[in-house]
Write a new protein. Sequence first.
Length: 288
Amino acid sequence: MKKIAIVTDSNSGITQKEAKELDIYVLPMPFFVDGEMFLEGVTLTKEEFFKRLDEGADISTSMPSPGDVMDLWNRALEDSDQVLHIPMSSAFSGSCEAAAMLAKDFQGKVVVVDNKRITVTLEQAIHDAIALRKAGKTIEEMKETLEASGRNFSIFMTVADLKYLKKGGRISAAAATIGGMLNLKPVLSVQGDALNAIAKKRGMTAARRAMLNFVKEDIAQKFANSGDKLVLSIAHTVSGSELDGWLKEIKEHFPQFKDIVCRYVPLSIACHCGPGLLGIGLMQKVEV
């Protein structure tokens, strides 16, 4: 049986330390802060990132360089026969398409998966891949299973300050100004490869309530047959009492979920949303 190395990127939220514990590899996503390049979780911590973001630094995301990608694959292949590469969704980054092009030079030793996932849903896909590997699936079977289940998720989120969405070009300056004056908070939804604003609420309390209702609807309809395969995770850029309150609220509404993953969103999303983001992810584990 061929030994398969699993590679993802830091958009999964999995840290370098956790990657070693899981026996996988995580490619750090690069960022430019006032023209200087940093690597997520390696040369740039989330604390420093938010400090620079709050100071008004010019922050932009970038794709990993071809050299860095291939170097990591070659390192993985020193101890494995094949590499299963699971990057963030092709809908939100060109890194997946670039990886697929690079993989052609590896004569079938590298297989790229595009399962349309980001942040906590991508993290679950990595755990699914680990379970498939443990079950002895071939790399082709792993790719097929992960891509077939890729869109089997929902993400709902809201943000505290519209200026970051405006800065990233997600909304217009006029919309940000009016929204700020009226204390409007958008409820955003990621379904498959689409990001949409599905509601606007006055204040964070109303936005949180709307998200909880959307989650209830999806559990009852979209995921009605998921049973114990359904996973709920929290994605956020908050801390302290705000995070504690959000976690308590979710546990009260969804007591059926005993193990709720709680993650800071990766910096590639945080730079567009800023501090104060609250989100919920729903996803179905694959059948092994």
